[in-house]
Design a protein around this ligand. Structure first.
Ligand code: UDP
Length: 358
């Protein structure tokens, strides 16, 4: 297949601004290249692809980034800034569509969903988040009614947010597990990673770490500085160890030393890359029984589940998770979330769309 992958218009690839979508895109691109497909990536100017994607062609466009749907009221209308990156990406994609068999959209934005039925080259959408606003729900559900095969999701919890007319196609997510080193024993420290933003619920992890008198190591992009400062002020000085946003090699090297990894989303997290990355290093998870992470964690196998937003329940989950066999966590990631497992699903999905469109 000749595939055009259109990336997110929110951040430049390599910056972390695109969150988990950057990782997902890199896994898809390197995975499809490895299976002999031709891949072109279309992304914002200044984007860099990881080494494993070196055989892909990178096209970039300038333009103002798209505001994220994450922090906006549900009834917010669709907004596209002047000189917007989003329309530039899609102008290029549509101009060059005949050079490709398929276009894969990774962006959670109205425009690519809306234009899909009118484009000759089939466009498929890997939806990266759950329901956040009515305009996006409508756009996603309209594709679901028109041709459900064009949509894929990461987890059942995420897909359940949308009114779909057919059972959702679930891709999970994939990881190059050779890059994550197993650490057999954790230190007396807890871990948390993700964008530092309210929907990620860092305050709950900070409070539970303080309750258990263990330091909490934090990795991720400080998307919201005032939120980060507010969390810091909630716990005794020295409880939090801010590690910044690290590249995967450095991130995993530090992550593996945690006794337990906490994941505390306040929203319906679509997947939760960091949960699998921690497991891959042998770190058991304590998370809420909610959204993607609640689906990825199996009590007593790779972590422990807590009642959502219940700090006592989360503290108890941390204690249980700390007793688990770390090699079992690593094995779980190998069986369920290795890159080839993910690429099998992606390849089958894209091929199916291609067959339907012929
Ligand atoms: N991440 C990273 N370095 C860090 C912290 C996080 O590369 O120091 C990456 C991590 O590998 C993951 C992404 O940030 O792929 C966060 O994705 P996740 O699905 O957990 O949340 P999202 O940001 O998409 O809501």
């Amino acid at each position: 297949m000749r595939v055009l992958v259109v990336s997110t218009p929110i951040g430049v690839l390599g910056s972390g601004g695109g969150g988990g979508v950057e990782h997902t895109g890199a896994m898809i691109v390197s995975g499809l290249l490895g299976r002999g497909h031709g891949v072109t990536v279309l992304a914002g100017e200044g984007s860099r692809l990881p080494e494993a994607c070196a055989a892909a062609i990178l096209w970039s466009e300038p333009g103002a980034p798209q505001p994220s749907w994450q922090h906006r009221p549900r009834q917010m209308p669709v907004e596209i800034p002047a000189n917007g990156l989003l329309p530039r990406l899609w102008q290029r994609a549509l101009e060059r569509q005949r050079d490709f068999d398929l276009i894969l959209n990774l962006a959670y934005d109205w425009l690519p969903f809306w234009l899909t039925p009118f484009v000759a080259t089939p466009i498929c959408h890997l939806v990266s988040m759950g329901s956040l606003c009515s305009a996006m729900d409508e756009a996603i559900e309209a594709i679901g009614r028109w041709q459900p095969a064009r949509l894929a999701f990461h987890t059942a919890s995420q897909a359940a947010d949308f009114a779909l007319t057919a059972p959702p196609q679930l891709m999970g997510n994939g990881f190059d597990l050779d890059r994550y080193q197993f650490v057999a024993a954790g230190d007396a420290v807890l871990g948390w990673a993700g964008r530092i933003a309210p929907e990620k619920g860092l305050e709950d992890a900070a409070r539970v770490a303080a309750l258990l008198a263990l330091p909490l190591r934090i990795w991720g992009l400080r998307e919201d500085e005032s939120y980060a400062a507010a969390v810091e002020a909630m716990v005794p000085a020295g409880s939090l160890q801010w590690r910044g946003f690290l590249d995967t090699d450095r991130f995993q090297a530090e992550l593996g030393h945690c006794r337990v990894f906490l994941n505390t989303p306040k929203w319906n997290e679509a997947f939760g890359n960091v949960v699998v990355e921690a497991m891959a290093c042998g770190v058991p998870i304590a998370t809420y029984a909610r959204g993607g992470p609640g689906e990825l964690v199996v009590e007593g196998r790779n972590g422990s589940l807590a009642n959502p937003d219940d700090l006592d329940s989360l503290a108890a989950a941390v204690a249980r998770a700390g007793l688990l066999d770390r090699s079992q966590c690593r094995r779980w990631s190998e069986t369920h979330h290795a890159q080839p497992v993910f690429i099998d699903k992606i390849e089958t999905w894209l091929q199916q769309v291609l067959n339907l469109s012929c």
